[in-house]
Design a binder for this molecule. Structure first.
Ligand code: PEP
Ligand code: MN
Length: 345
């Protein structure tokens, strides 16, 4: 249920509403918009007359039942777009954001070379996994905390904020010391203890869509983070499983404008994992920009043939530079621009 307070509601009215909700055994979360305050009410089994009871309290404009199971992430709860500030990079503001870097941190040299190259081409964030969720336990599992240290050195050198994956609730504090954005991978989209834990942090989270997750499951997973109080969540479409195995995954591109209708949270597209082939990354990335994504996350490796993970889908620095140049007119054609954040070294 959503309680929209009127433009003239006082702080006392708002707090009065929160107290009443608690008294009636419900939980409420306040969303302060530019124009008015909206309160999301959580609970089940509201009596049929309950909305009207609340409507009669001071300062209330309207009370609406929400039939959707997700609340805090819904457009009903927050009509305006969420903008997430990552060290000056505004994600969801309308400007197009590019995150780029290797699939996995392999060495200091590999990360520095990649970070400097993607920064020079105009990337806004540096990606790289130190804890890798590999399908096989015998594959390279990532460098762990040493990898995180390398990423922060790259941040210091290039000024690019870092996004890196966290896989376990127990790792969250360690990763928090080094990263600017927590990435939750496709395999952990429904790892509820992990979602709750990052929800308790005060740092942005990018939640990738589970490879077989419906949109509703994805948005319900998002709700676990939001309900803990962390409102800085962005979503990432990275391809889903389908009957066809020609590509690594099937990029569900039309879901981008659909997500824009359903949720106020920014949506990023990952053309690398979605296609699995480096030569498809550029067309998929351009399509993501054209269809209105808030940004992309792309894998780049200085020597893809020798990459320890996801070489076949990694762009070389030269291919990444070409992608950045090609993105500009497409983004402009959608009435937007590439994010202009200047790296603060
Ligand atoms: C990644 O981005 O490094 C990754 C493992 O992606 P996904 O979770 O989408 O497979
Ligand atoms: Mn990868």
């Amino acid at each position: 249920m959503i309680v929209a307070m009127s433009h003239t509601a006082s702080e006392e009215d708002i707090q009065g509403m929160m107290a009443r909700l608690r008294q009636d055994g419900y939980d409420g979360q306040i969303n302060r918009g530019v124009e008015r305050v909206v309160i999301g009410v959580f609970g089940t089994g509201f009596a049929p007359e309950y909305p009207e009871t609340l409507e009669n309290l001071p300062g209330v404009a309207s009370v609406t039942r929400i039939s959707k199971p997700y609340k805090l992430g819904s457009r009903e709860f927050q009509p305006h777009d969420t903008i997430i500030d990552v060290s000056g990079v505004q994600i969801g503001s309308g400007d197009f954001v590019v995150m780029a870097g290797p699939c996995a941190v392999e060495s200091r040299e590999q990360v520095m070379t990649t970070a400097e190259a993607v920064a020079a081409s105009g990337a806004h964030l540096l990606r790289g996994g130190a804890f890798k969720p590999r399908t096989s336990p015998y594959s390279f599992q990532g460098m762990g905390e040493e990898g995180l240290q390398i990423l922060s050195e790259a941040r210091a050198r290039t000024g690019l904020p870092v996004i890196t994956e966290v896989m376990e609730p127990e790792e969250v504090e360690t990763v928090d010391r080094y990263t600017d954005v927590f990435q939750i991978g496709t395999r952990n989209m429904q790892n509820y203890p992990l979602l709750r834990r990052v929800g308790q942090m005060r740092k942005p989270v990018m939640l990738k869509r589970g490879m077989s997750a419906t949109v509703e499951e994805w948005l319900m997973a998002t709700e676990y983070i939001l309900a803990e109080g962390n409102r800085e969540v962005m979503l990432c479409e990275r391809g889903i499983r389908s009957f066809d195995t020609t590509l690594r995954n099937t990029l569900d591109l039309a879901i981008v404008p659909m997500m824009k209708r359903l949720t106020h949270l920014p949506i990023i597209v990952d053309p690398s994992h979605a296609t699995g082939k480096w030569y498809l990354v550029k067309p998929a990335a351009l399509a993501a920009a054209a269809i209105g994504a808030d940004g992309i996350i792309v894998e780049v490796h200085p020597d893809p043939d020798r990459a320890l993970s996801d070489g076949p889908q990694s762009l070389t620095p030269a291919n990444f530079a070409d992608l950045m140049a090609s993105l500009e007119p497409i983004v402009a054609a959608t009435g937007r621009r590439l994010c202009s954040a200047v790296a603060a070294v």
